[in-house]
Design a binder for this molecule. Structure first.
Ligand code: 4AD
Ligand code: MG
Length: 468
């Protein structure tokens, strides 16, 4: 018998032959003569309605007791037109196997709605909820859209390393990688270890870290392949316990040769619009769920963003606008200070009512690699800000002039010795180039309306949280 996924079954026409469906029970309603239950297998927001006629003695009374919310089942039956208005078809069960029970007394997922805080504590079961199923599917659609966009535009996907010796952001927020000194541990324990491992703690011969960004590696490849991008996990040991920060998050970083800041902004805008348009089209059911349950009106909001031009404004102008607003911010705005998320929200939600690209920040608050402007005070950096979240993209035109880059390294307290290979890219065939980094989870938050970043990544890693 042919097995179909729930997503296919619910949109199929009634079938002449019986069909097979496998999944987990989501709801069960027991009446005198029939049992109604719904099955979900993760392929769709919607469940398949199954009807089991008690008179047909398909299941014993004892087996019926085992058919519960959460139990895994295999159902055979005829797919027929449904008289109900909520679904097109329903499955009339002719045989049923229960693979795994879920005792209603102890199963942590009850029929009621659970809070996201509670679900974070049972992160191994939360993919079984509507919300986390929808997030997982939308995340998948967005990943595919990322690759589609770059592949269609002639970009090469470069797999940059996770272990690195350089601090790409110069911000000192890195996790260090060392080896376990098992031999030393064993000796300390008083135990004798034959053939014990005695690695040097610095396996690579110098301190090594988990990458905070693949940018510098991407620049190496852009200096030969023209257009490249990375898409992978990055790590930051920042102790920010906020709804927008993770210690491990996924970043997408295109790096483009022969590209200035204007073109970089164009790329970032086209890229974001492509992702939004794809999700709106391909994950319609899931987006309707988010619109209804998580963030009212989000579909229309995103549709508008796809249709409109992003505002572009210099940091200096953004600061004047904020000062002029007369608003009493918790952190006062003044030229030279970094924009706080309250300022970013004010710009996107109150002043410009949509995404805003802020450019030309003071050099002191940005990384050493951003191209210095002629005023010697600002750099060709850009942040893309969106309503509800603030910054989702950080990028820049890179400093391609050897002498200026050397000077900027020194000013930032970094040594040329550590970045000799990066400087080489400016010594040999240097090229004006630009790139940016998009925080994938922040974009998923923006698209779904989910408020906490820990709820848009399957296994959140934040300070003091890592169960498995
Ligand atoms: O602004 P950031 O630090 O820029 C870079 O890392 C550059 N090397 C990117 C580049 O030009 N290639 O980080 C980029 C984005 C931020 O805008 C934010 O969306 C996200 O990464 N991000 C985080 N997301 C979740 N948790 C954190 N702790 C994050 N830190 C940054
Ligand atoms: Mg940034």
């Amino acid at each position: 018998m042919k097995r179909f996924r729930v997503k296919t079954l619910i949109s199929m026409d009634p079938q002449e032959d019986p069909v097979l469906c496998k999944g987990w029970v989501r709801t069960k309603r027991d009446s005198k003569n029939v049992v109604f239950f719904e099955v979900n297998d993760g392929s769709s927001m919607k469940n398949l309605q199954v009807i089991l006629d008690k008179d047909k003695e398909i299941l014993s009374e004892q087996m019926l007791q085992r058919l519960n919310n959460g139990s895994s089942v295999e159902v055979e039956g005829m797919l027929v037109e449904s008289p109900g208005k909520n679904q097109k078809v329903e499955l009339h069960c002719s045989a049923l196997t229960i693979h795994g029970d879920a005792d209603p007394e102890t199963y942590p997922m009850q029929k009621k709605r659970h809070s996201f805080e509670y679900l974070r504590e049972i992160a191994h079961l939360r993919p079984r909820t509507n919300t986390f199923g929808a997030v997982a599917r939308v995340r998948n659609t967005m990943s595919r859209a990322v690759h589609d966009f770059f592949q269609e535009n002639g970009f090469l996907w470069v797999h940059t390393p996770i272990i690195t010796a350089s601090d790409a952001e110069g911000a000192g927020e890195m996790f260090q990688v060392t080896t376990l000194d098992l031999d030393g541990l064993a000796k300390a324990d008083g135990a004798k270890m034959s053939g014990g491992i005695d690695y040097s703690r610095d396996f690579f011969g110098k301190p090594s870290f988990l990458t905070v960004s693949g940018q510098l590696n991407a620049e190496i490849y852009a200096s030969a392949m023209d257009r490249v991008y990375t898409f992978g996990p990055t790590f930051r040991a920042e102790n920010s316990n906020t709804s927008r920060h993770l210690a491990e998050f996924w970043m997408i970083e295109p790096e483009i040769a022969f590209c200035d800041l204007e073109a970089n902004m164009d790329w970032s805008e086209a890229f974001l619009k492509h992702i939004l348009a794809t999700v709106l089209k391909e994950s319609r059911d899931d987006m309707e769920f988010f619109d209804l349950r998580i963030q009212k009106g989000i579909i229309q909001q995103l549709e508008q963003v796809v249709e409109s031009d992003f505002t572009r404004i210099s940091y200096s102008d953004a600061v004047s606008q904020l000062e002029k607003s007369g608003r009493n911010f918790e952190y006062p705005v003044s030229w030279g200070a970094d924009l706080q998320s309250e300022h970013e929200k004010f710009l996107t939600e109150e002043i410009f009512k949509g995404p805003v690209i802020v450019t030309d920040y003071p050099k002191e608050i940005k990384a050493f690699y951003m191209r210095l402007n002629d005023d010697e005070k600002t750099v060709r950096g850009m942040d893309v800000l969106v309503p509800r979240l603030g910054e989702i993209i950080g990028g820049s035109q890179r400093e391609e002039r050897l002498d200026v880059l050397s000077r900027r390294l020194g000013e930032s307290g970094l040594t040329e010795k550590d970045y000799w290979w990066y400087l080489d890219l400016r010594r040999f065939g240097s090229v004006p180039h630009s790139g940016f980094g998009l925080g994938f989870e922040r974009l998923i938050q923006y698209v779904t309306g989910m408020q906490n970043i820990r709820d848009v990544i399957p296994f959140p890693r934040a300070s003091k949280t890592a169960e498995f």
